[in-house]
Write a new protein. Sequence first.
Length: 110
Amino acid sequence: MVWWTWILLWVALIAVSLLFFGFLAWRLFRGFTALMEETGRASEALTPSFTGTETAESRHFVSSVFRAPTEVRAENALNTRLRRWARLQRRVRRRVLRRQPQLLRDLPHL
């Protein structure tokens, strides 16, 4: 084989490998920018917006460590009852929509 064909072969191999690495770098860059855009959208959705419509409770957060234990227990009990009531309402609504019989414990007590 003539010596210049070896040079031409190696130049072609290097050019193809550089093109391949360029393509991989481009895909990596595009994936990274898509990840950063998604991270930005997620952080905007998760962080509260400070537009001046916050309540006094949201502006003046006090950790439960610095509150009275009876107050914290009462608040937790109230939140538990509210969650149970909301879950009961969802269950009743779901059963009505599916035309299923209601459970006796879900019926109002007379």
